[in-house]
Design a protein around this ligand. Structure first.
Ligand SMILES: [Zn+2]
Ligand SMILES: [Zn+2]
Length: 284
């Protein structure tokens, strides 16, 4: 399995001088196993990914959305494969019905916020609703949706294929309050237990570390976590490699250099900051 980061930023894309090295595009991650592709979220990183995909022979993919905040969907109507009539794009959405799943994107791609209407999309587009807690199959991938702690709800995905497992758990606050659970060396509450069970022993955990601890204390209901929490969670669950993800718009290259330097020698888990363009090959 290979994982490539096309957008690592949270909240809003931040092009410009301060983000040239770590990247300014918003959330979009590609997971491949052989010819099979899963795209996770469609932030602005989906545009360069789409161009790359159209240069490959394959004409099908699965697109999984965690939720529908703008930073995760704005790249969808700029994602090349949706304009290719012979391309099969299977969209998976946390929702209760196919109609609701389609409506989630349809309300954005409706001729008002973008000139295109969802029914005019040239690709062969299909929508499948999923609920957290149930395992489902997408090509060679076995996928589990896991409930995140985020305003309006979000679903993280655990994806396994070829003997490797990757978790994409973004847009989540800690699953326990300060003084409880893994950061307090205390028994985890049920919400945190669920996430710990899902990430137990995984090869790669991509986790929301948008805030510093102090920012988290100020914005506990905003639905984002911080580096020390991601590390504590990973350690208890024996995660092999943690990727810090969904960087804040104000996190400049200099800030992220410092954060990276702080964690680069960490073991159990190994820690890497997500960088736009980064490729992780779990098999090699
Ligand atoms: Zn986000
Ligand atoms: Zn969000």
């Amino acid at each position: 399995m290979k994982v490539r980061f096309w957008g690592v930023r949270g909240s809003i894309p931040v092009p410009g001088e301060g983000t040239t090295r770590w990247g300014g595009n918003s959330s979009c991650v590609e997971v491949t196993h052989g010819d099979a592709t899963i795209v996770l979220d469609c932030g602005t990183g989906a545009r360069p990914l789409g161009r790359d995909l159209l240069g490959r022979p394959q004409r099908e993919l699965d697109l999984l959305f965690t939720h529908f905040h703008m930073d995760h969907i704005i790249g969808f109507p700029f994602f090349g494969p949706v304009f290719a009539p012979n391309y099969q794009v299977r969209v998976t959405v946390p929702a209760f019905s196919e109609e609701e799943a389609k409506d989630r994107l349809g309300r954005f791609v409706n001729g008002v916020y973008h000139p295109l209407r969802i029914r005019e999309i040239p690709a062969q587009l299909s929508f499948t609703p999923i609920q957290p807690g149930k395992i489902f199959q997408r090509g060679p991938f076995e996928v589990l949706g896991v409930r995140m702690n985020h305003p309006g709800g979000a679903v993280g995905y655990r994806i396994s294929a070829g003997g490797y497992t990757v978790c994409y758990f973004t847009d989540t606050a800690p699953l326990a309050r300060p003084g409880e659970g893994v950061t307090a060396n205390a028994p985890p509450p049920a919400t945190e237990r669920q996430v710990l069970d899902a990430i137990e022993g995984v090869d790669l955990l991509i986790f929301d570390t948008m805030f510093t601890f102090d920012e988290y204390l100020e914005k506990m209901t905003w639905g984002h976590a911080y580096p020390e929490y991601a590390v504590a969670l990973s350690k208890v669950a024996n995660v092999k490699h943690l990727i810090m993800f969904h960087h804040a718009p104000d996190a400049t290259d200099g800030f992220l250099d410092e954060l990276s330097a702080k964690w680069q020698d960490h073991v159990e888990p190994r820690v890497t900051l997500a960088r736009e363009g980064m490729l992780i090959d779990l098999e090699g």
